[in-house]
Design a protein around this ligand. Structure first.
Ligand code: CP
Length: 365
């Protein structure tokens, strides 16, 4: 079964094809309006969402299909203790494709392992958000005419920002991309992104604190919200929440064709005065997200007919290393096997298949 759990599940050629389809949909919506007649999308949202859930729902309706689902874990049988695996098996009896958001890293992976229909990761905790990346890629492509040879600045919460992790993974496959990571020390990019994506792909990147100093060099500025919901210590959130605020004064330091992106929602990190600047592209990003999700639904339902295999089952060790990450799905679903894949043979480093936290195998005495 083909699913989209991580953006690197798709090749660059497949991403190009999705963008091509999305552009065609935006120009010829009528052509696609009956493509999913008789099909059902299940939106299983265990965590709040406006854009992702409603754009998936709009996407399926505009393809002629129907939608079932829930937007609050409290209204689902998860509140009675039902596991993600059982939920996926049950929904497979009702729908043709699932879009799942969950507060724990790896929950959509578990769903994909247990469903008999395609599963789309609509955001898993602080880990990944591949369909936001689809929206980001199409927006960059439409605004800049390319995805290679760009200097891309990420600013704000790079630690918990799942959209940042997925977009860096996607950009790692394009030539000549330079990454500028702008954050407070407390919200720096996590080790799994640094080790498994930036270093492994020999990407050019720098880590900085000051937006004003870096903004003149950027082709793309990807602003992010400091996410209150991810902090265990709210005093720490209060300390960091106003770290970066993009305003017209800072925009005056930027290139005339720099493009400002933000996955949204925003709180105060982009002042509303920036919205009228032609370089502000975050509402175009929202629109592009719907077209890309339409293209994605079509692709996964088409790939299902061709029985393309799920890509996540290789080279794993089971219950030999135990994940201790409290944000991983294994922390709350005790029945799950702990699975690690070897990511660095030379140094013996393994990575949890659910949350990508790295660990070494304990040596036997
Ligand atoms: N960008 C994004 O994921 O927005 P929502 O949380 O509203 O879905």
């Amino acid at each position: 079964m083909r699913s989209l759990i991580d953006i690197v599940d798709f090749s660059v050629e497949e991403l190009d094809e999705l963008m091509k389809t999305a552009c065609d949909i935006s120009e010829n919506p009528e052509k696609y309006s009956k493509k999913c007649v008789g099909k059902k999308l299940a939106t299983l949202f265990f965590e709040p969402s406006t854009r992702t859930r409603l754009s998936f729902e709009a996407a399926m309706y505009e393809l002629g299909g129907n939608v079932i689902g829930f937007s609050d874990a409290g209204n689902s049988s998860a509140s009675k203790g039902e596991s993600v695996a059982d939920t996926a098996k049950v929904i497979s009896c009702y729908a043709d494709i699932i879009a799942m958001r969950h507060p724990k890293a790896g929950a959509p992976y578990v769903a994909a392992e247990n469903a008999t229909i395609p599963v789309i990761n609509a955001g898993d905790g602080d880990h990944c958000h591949p369909t936001q990346t689809l929206a980001d890629l199409l927006t960059i492509y439409r605004e800049k005419g390319r995805l290679s040879n760009l200097t891309v600045g990420f600013c704000g919460d790079l630690k918990y920002g799942r959209t940042v992790h997925s977009l860096i993974a996607a950009l790692s496959r394009y030539e000549g991309v330079r990454i500028v990571l702008i954050s407070p020390d407390e919200l720096k990019i996590p080790e799994f992104v640094k080790h498994d994506i930036l270093d492994k792909n020999q990407m050019t990147y720098i880590e900085k604190n000051c937006l004003e100093q870096e903004i003149p060099n950027l082709d793309i500025l990807y602003m992010t919200r400091v996410q209150r919901e991810r902090f265990d210590d709210l005093d720490e959130y209060e300390k960091l929440k106003n770290s970066y605020i993009l305003n017209t004064q800072k925009m005056s330091l930027a290139k005339p064709d720099m493009c400002v992106l933000h996955p949204l929602p925003r709180v105060n990190e982009i002042n509303v005065s920036v919205d009228n600047d032609p370089r502000a592209c975050y509402f175009k990003q929202v629109q592009n997200g719907k077209y890309m999700r339409m293209a994605l639904i079509l692709k996964l339902l088409e790939d299902e007919k061709r029985e393309i295999k799920h890509t996540h089952k290789n080279d794993v060790v089971i219950n030999e290393i135990y994940c201790t990450n409290p944000r991983c799905i294994t922390s709350c679903e005790q029945e799950l096997e702990h699975k690690y894949k070897l990511v660095d043979k030379q140094n013996g480093i393994y990575s949890c298949v659910y949350c990508e936290k790295t660990a070494k195998m304990k040596e036997e005495n």
